[in-house]
Design a protein around this ligand. Structure first.
Ligand code: ASP
Length: 439
């Protein structure tokens, strides 16, 4: 890979930005608490700067998703291959997401974090975050995950779907276009493919520009979060936050690397070393969508995954494969059930598992994207939706962690699928990186 030197420098600078922002924000919060001066500084300086970075990344997502998927599918060539890879991809998504929820549920049953929350803290949180929780509950889709949800994946008007940021519908349209491209004469398809490739490259170039702002953008994003945050709440909800974070850490540092080594043939060391810029971007932006361009470049440039696989698996994963989100949903539902004294037996926990997996498919890859859907799971198993008020104050912190897990799961999926098709270049596989050979 020709570009690794500058990439590692960028990763180091992003990490420096993350540390500077995190330490600065925490110190400011600790020393001055919240006050109008700090509020204004965040509102008029760090938040807008962070937002510029975030928006530059999100700006390219729609065209990039469209081009990547259409080209990926067109590159696969025929419908049988698409069907095979599509099935494998979905099976992998389902497997890892279910494993993630399983880990969360086992932990929450062992730790029983809901028992540790005192009545006083509970009523204070309910009061404090009632308004915010109601706002989120207002965004809960009323049709749930019924037939309409699935029907909406097929857009009546692809442009309207794009304008509304309805990713599943855009993905569907891109898939169909990709299939269509394999059905028209090659001479007619070629200019369309060339155009899509050009647009894709253009978007990647814009991402390159945006990433130059990453160290500053990341510092500002993290400063805004930590300066406002106050770790008091984290301590109060310590058992809940701890359970969720430990669950995510197990999935991130044990389950995924094992799967990537076993099914993808890539050792954990190189896997994480090459994924670091992507993971840092996810951690700081709390958005799978904003991280998507970086995930794609990581897959293609760091792991040599061909576009036909990465362009298909990764955009799909950014929307559908959210391991961290599913794990979080499972832990949150059981935690709130414990707090409200609602016993959830094995049957109910299986419902929670299935729903958490589905919600992770439906959640938007934006900060806090899963919260409105969490209410749906809660009400399905009879836990009051307002319970969200209890956890919303620490959601940003958990969001950063679950988004990191979400995108790492997507990269893992791309590696595994590429390997299964014999399309992962040998330099990136276990066999050739063993022993003293440099990575
Ligand atoms: N922020 C998450 C993501 O973008 C979604 C969520 O769980 O809220 O992947």
């Amino acid at each position: 890979m020709p570009k690794s030197g500058s990439d590692h420098r960028l990763a180091r600078r992003i990490l420096a930005g993350l540390l500077a922002g995190g330490v600065g924000g925490t110190a400011v919060n600790f020393l001055w608490g919240s006050g109008p001066g700090l509020d204004n500084f965040i509102r008029y300086v760090t938040e807008p700067l962070g937002q510029v970075f975030l928006r530059l990344m999100i700006m390219v997502v729609l065209p990039l998703v469209f081009c990547s998927i259409a080209l990926g599918v067109a590159g696969l060539g025929d419908l049988r291959k698409l069907g095979r890879i599509g099935l494998k991809t979905m099976a992998f998504f389902l497997l890892v997401t279910t494993l993630a929820v399983g880990i969360g549920l086992v932990l929450v049953n062992l730790v029983q974090p809901g028992q540790g929350l005192s009545e006083a803290v509970k009523s204070k949180l309910l009061e404090l975050y009632k308004g915010e929780a109601e706002k989120k509950l207002g965004q809960t889709p009323t049709e749930g995950l019924g037939i309409q949800f699935f029907l909406n994946i097929v857009p009546r008007n692809p442009l309207a779907a794009a304008v509304q940021g309805d990713m599943l519908a855009v993905i569907f349209f891109a898939l169909i276009c990709g299939v269509g491209l394999t059905m028209i004469p090659p001479g007619r398809a070629a200019p369309v493919i060339a155009c899509l490739e050009g647009v894709g490259d253009l978007m990647v170039a814009i991402i390159g520009l945006a990433m130059r702002l990453a160290p500053v953008g990341v510092a500002c994003l993290i400063f805004s979060v930590t300066a406002r945050f106050g770790f008091e709440l984290v301590l109060k909800l310590g058992f809940f936050v701890g359970t969720a974070v430990v669950g995510m850490a197990i999935h991130l540092f044990v389950v995924l690397p094992l799967l990537v080594a076993w099914l993808g043939g890539v050792r954990p060391g190189p896997f994480f070393a090459k994924a670091q810029t992507m993971m840092l971007t996810a951690f700081t932006t709390s958005s799978s969508s904003a991280t998507l361009p970086t995930t794609l470049t990581t897959a293609e440039q760091e792991f040599g995954i061909p576009r036909e696989i990465s362009g298909f698996v990764i955009p799909l994963g950014a929307t559908m494969n959210m391991n961290g989100t599913a794990l979080f949903e499972g832990v949150a539902v059981l935690f709130l059930a414990q707090v409200f004294g609602i016993p959830l037996g094995l049957g109910a926990q299986l419902v929670v598992t299935a729903m958490s997996v589905l919600m992770a498919v439906g959640a938007a890859g934006v900060p806090g994207g899963s919260i409105p859907l969490l209410a749906l799971v809660l009400t399905t198993v009879g836990v009051p939706g307002e319970g969200i008020a209890l956890i919303i104050g620490v959601d940003r912190l958990l969001d950063m962690c679950r988004t990191t897990l979400n995108v790492t799961g997507d990269l893992a999926a791309a590696i595994v699928i590429a390997r299964s098709e014999g399309l992962l270049p040998p330099a990136h596989r276990l066999e050739t990186t063993q022993g003293a050979l440099p990575e």
